[in-house]
Design a protein around this ligand. Structure first.
Ligand SMILES: Cc1ncc(COP(=O)(O)O)c(C=O)c1O
Length: 456
């Protein structure tokens, strides 16, 4: 197979540092001439190397070496490290080059706008593009209702702060939930009520009771690939929650931060069940693209627009024009769509491997959650293990993960839940990592039972 020979040749050049990170690879034609083969053979070799995340392609430019093979700095996590802790997107799959291209173009296209302050709500042409993109997620809206924000967290923080048209005050959240929202609630000293969510879903009865008897302004929900449980609601559950919210005049903040990763096109967002404004939809670009861009959006009801924009203005006037412009160009060029397809396949492969490993290796006393895409899942440690102590133990084995304690409201706090993010772990290391966790659980259980026997 000539393509395998070509792959070997390029791999060796990368390993031996003759091709460095960011270097452009030889053109398809040049390599075909060198190996006296067809262009298709080289394309096949390059696409196999892409699947191994060693190289990436930039449309109309060529192929480049990814960072990972050379990017470990001394003192950083070493090659044996299994990082289930980092929550950013898979570094090896990020479209740096494509985006660099778009930023360069945006400087040209938006130079006039950069000499002055811009629209608080976001560049109109970007909002029009976002409205088109949102249709793929079953969110049908108009640019006038979209607000571009500096990361979706900004919108969430402002929603916690702002009065809502229903005149109510308190907030309802899933337990556990996204840590930054908990921080926002604590910082602003807002009263919040929690509803437990597990791998089996949410406690619908408690949710209804809170809607009915408490003064709930909005219910904050991460409707798919929930952080940290990975739970995704069924369409029936989403419809039911929207019905309850309408019945009791509660708003819903639907945080669809990973919606792009859902390949099941039959999954509707809650927004689809009530596009009138009852459901406020937010979207992040941090999990499928670059968190450092700080780009997100919120689809806001007309009744909230003026106060939201006033708060956004008081916070940062507007989101930087340069990153907005680059996103617009990225979306328009079709690069985003192509990128999303790749990300979907990367994350669904990883999530499937993780679920398989949980099933195979974890002892029955350790319950786990998660789904078949997205990054996050949890393991509930068996009694009497505690997350903090377990994490310290596993760090010595070079396996890293997060303690989910901070993802709870104080009255719900649990000491036994760990969160795993699969985004930075290479496919071949997922099973090994889960095996190490399973061994760690068994060893610590043995030590604690020995200890309790001795002390009895
Ligand atoms: C559930 C959830 N929503 C929102 C965000 C924030 O995203 P952004 O970077 O767009 O502010 C995160 C980030 O981790 C998240 O986990």
């Amino acid at each position: 197979m000539i393509y395998a020979v070509v792959m070997n040749y390029i791999e060796k050049q990368i390993e031996e540092d003759e091709l460095k990170p960011g270097n452009k690879l030889p053109s398809i034609r040049a390599l075909a001439e060198q190996f006296s083969c067809s262009n298709n053979t080289i394309i096949k070799a390059y696409s196999e190397l892409e699947k191994k995340h060693m190289i990436y392609s930039v449309s109309k430019s060529g192929y480049y070496v990814v960072e990972r093979y050379h990017s470990r700095k001394p003192g950083q996590m070493d090659a044996r490290t299994i990082d289930f802790l980092s929550a950013g997107p898979d570094k090896n799959a990020m479209p740096y080059r494509d985006y660099q291209h778009c930023i360069n173009q945006a400087i040209e296209v938006y130079k006039e706008e950069m000499f002055t302050y811009s629209d608080i709500q976001g560049i109109y042409s970007l909002r029009a593009e976002l409205a088109r993109h949102l249709q793929d997620l079953q969110v049908f809206t108009v640019p006038e209702r979209i607000c571009v924000v500096s990361g979706s967290q900004q919108a969430l923080h402002l929603f916690v702060m702002l009065p809502f048209p229903n005149g109510k005050r308190d907030i309802c959240v899933e337990q556990p939930t996204h840590f930054s929202l908990i921080e926002s609630i604590k910082l602003q000293e807002v009263t919040a009520f929690g509803v437990e969510i597990t791998s089996k879903g949410i406690d619908m009865e408690r949710l209804e009771n809170l809607f009915k008897f408490k003064n709930i302004k909005f219910f904050y929900t991460v409707s798919r690939f929930q952080n940290p449980t990975g739970y995704s609601y069924s369409n029936a559950e989403k419809r039911k929650i929207v019905e309850l919210a309408t019945k009791y005049d509660v708003y819903i903040i639907e945080d669809d931060y990973m919606g792009d990763l859902d390949s099941n096109l039959k999954q509707d967002p809650m927004f689809a069940y009530d596009p009138s404004g009852r459901v406020i939809y937010t979207k992040s670009f941090s999990k499928v693209m670059l968190p450092g861009l700080r780009l997100g959006l919120a689809v806001i009801p007309d009744s909230l627009r003026a106060s939201f924009l006033r708060a956004k203005f008081a916070t940062d006037l507007h989101t930087p024009v340069l990153t907005q412009g680059a996103l617009e160009i990225y979306l328009k060029s079709g690069m985003f769509k192509a990128h999303i397809q790749r990300m979907r396949s990367i994350y669904s492969n990883k999530a499937t491997l993780l679920q398989k490993a949980y099933k195979e290796y974890l002892p029955p006393s350790a319950a786990y959650s998660g789904s078949l895409s997205g990054f996050y899942s949890t393991i509930r440690l068996p009694n009497p293990l505690n997350a903090k102590q377990f994490i310290t133990y596993m760090n010595k084995e070079n396996v890293y993960m997060d303690d989910a304690k901070k993802m709870y409201l104080p009255e719900f706090e649990k000491e036994t839940l760990i969160r795993l993010s699969v985004s930075q772990v290479e496919e071949e290391m997922i099973g090994i990592g889960v095996q190490k966790i399973a061994d760690g659980i068994k060893e610590l259980l043995n030590t604690t039972s020995l200890f309790s026997h001795r002390s009895n």
